[in-house]
Design a protein around this ligand. Structure first.
Ligand SMILES: C[S@@+](CC[C@H](N)C(=O)[O-])C[C@H]1O[C@@H](n2cnc3c(N)ncnc32)[C@H](O)[C@@H]1O
Length: 329
């Protein structure tokens, strides 16, 4: 069986430091257990020319390579021929340039690679996993901040919906996206409108339609109120990076937040209604403020099945140890 060597993006080491290869390995196993024609075997961490690689054996089909190209930390893939490396062509989904995700820089931004990891493992747990390369799926981030998940979803060619209760974040996202689309000369239509129910204002909605094909919608509202402006079953997957329960510089949205666990207890029953049948919910949170068992209990308490996955927990900094839970409806 052919043996491959996967080189991780240099930035992955900066995000996860010494957990980088372990997380790449876990993500590869999740791809292997879901969409690849067969799980890769004999996974190992090998230094080649002094550079660490994740090596594995697999019979990779063209379709398999299509999926693997989207691994959140992949930089390059080589087939090992004796002690030589033969490059394997990778074509990741790239409906927009990656600067759509890398340009915005602000306190409280969820790391781009981590956002992609969370989206990937959630997609792969959902009924839509096998169709992730060709279908125009709908991704909802119900705690969307300034839209890292939405931009990643756009890059994958999907529709994106976000909910954020800090109006400044919504305004910043709308300004950024309009400027970006204009600068890239991408045909689009964007507007910001109030949403009313029974004449009461329930949200502000920023909506952009891009090239008549993809829509991105961000609601300025409390996520708990989502059913006032979103239909049941509107999302194929929901991904949320929960407030970390620590101050993030000037990121004012976090200050007024309930504890992450309280927020999850109030919000998950609402999010479950927004998930299409077979859809999946992926959350990340700071385990210093809520244990894994407690967070999992919130998901199962709302009728979701928590998916068994390799360990994706890792240290972010002194105050944050982040973990991921994925559950299926
Ligand atoms: C960890 S941040 C997410 C950052 C986002 N992924 C990004 O990269 O910009 C969590 C976000 O949840 C928002 N939030 C907290 N409670 C909320 C609620 N009840 N409804 C809507 N948004 C809320 C906060 O304002 C904050 O922007």
């Amino acid at each position: 069986m052919p043996r491959y060597a996967l080189l991780i993006a240099p930035s992955t080491n900066r995000v996860y430091s010494d957990a980088a290869l372990r997380l790449t390995r876990a993500e590869l196993q999740i791809f292997g257990g879901s969409v690849l024609s067969a799980p890769p075997v004999d996974l190992d961490e090998t230094a080649l020319g002094g550079i660490p690689y994740l090596t594995f054996e697999a019979e990779l089909t063209k379709a398999d390579l299509g999926y693997l190209a989207n691994l959140s930390s992949i930089y390059a893939l080589f087939e090992l021929i004796g002690d030589l490396l033969r490059p394997v062509e990778l074509s990741p989904l790239a409906h927009f340039d990656d600067d759509l995700i890398t340009i915005p820089k602000y306190a409280g931004k969820t790391n781009e690679q981590f956002t992609r990891l969370l989206l990937n493992v959630t997609l792969l747990a959902s009924r839509s996993g096998p169709a992730m390369l060709e279908r125009r799926l709908t991704v909802l981030d119900p705690l969307c901040g300034r839209g890292t998940t939405l931009n990643q979803a756009l890059r994958y060619g999907y529709h994106a919906i976000g909910i954020e209760r800090d109006g400044k974040e919504v305004d910043a996202y709308s300004a950024f996206l309009r400027t970006y689309l204009k600068r890239k000369r991408l045909k689009h239509h964007a507007e910001l409108n109030p949403v009313r129910r029974d004449r009461k204002l329930v949200a502000r909605r920023f909506e952009a339609t891009i090239a008549g094909a993809q829509t991105v919608t961000m609601f300025h509202a409390d996520t708990i109120d989502a059913r006032q402006f979103l239909k049941a079953g509107c999302a194929d997957v929901i991904v949320a990076d929960c407030p970390y329960g620590v101050a993030h510089g000037s990121h004012s949205g976090e200050g007024r937040t309930r504890s992450p666990l309280e927020l999850l207890r109030a919000a998950v029953p609402v999010w479950v209604q927004l998930l299409a049948p077979g859809g999946a919910l992926g959350i990340s949170w700071n385990t210093h403020v809520a244990g894994r068992a407690e967070a999992a209990a919130v998901l199962t308490g709302s009728g979701l099945d928590v998916v068994d996955q390799p360990d994706l927990a890792h240290r972010v900094d002194q105050a944050i140890h982040r973990d991921i839970l994925v559950a299926r409806r």
